[in-house]
Design a protein around this ligand. Structure first.
Ligand code: SF4
Length: 83
């Protein structure tokens, strides 16, 4: 049984190509809209600093395993967004 997450450096483990766009999910909003089915939460009382610390570590590890050669676009699902 192999590690299915291992990849050749510089390639995606799923598709064999290097991602050129990045989406960073920050799932905290000022309120939860009644129609929303996104993975989002009311920011008040949430462990936002811990989330950001974990996000930073995940980004570092991802860059180690799949070094980005070039990123054309960065999307940020940001706190206080309005959809
Ligand atoms: S602002 Fe957007 S993400 Fe946040 S709760 Fe409303 S619809 Fe969902």
């Amino acid at each position: 049984m192999g590690n299915h997450l291992q990849a050749t450096p510089g390639t995606s483990p799923l598709h064999g190509w290097t991602p050129r766009a990045l989406y960073i999910h920050i799932p905290f909003c000022t309120n939860k809209c009644f129609y929303c089915d996104f993975n989002s939460y009311v920011a008040e009382g949430q462990p936002i600093d811990a989330y950001l610390d974990a996000l930073e570590k995940e980004m570092e590890r991802t860059a180690e395993h799949i070094p980005p050669k070039r990123i054309d676009t960065v999307f940020v699902g940001a706190e206080r967004r309005r959809c």
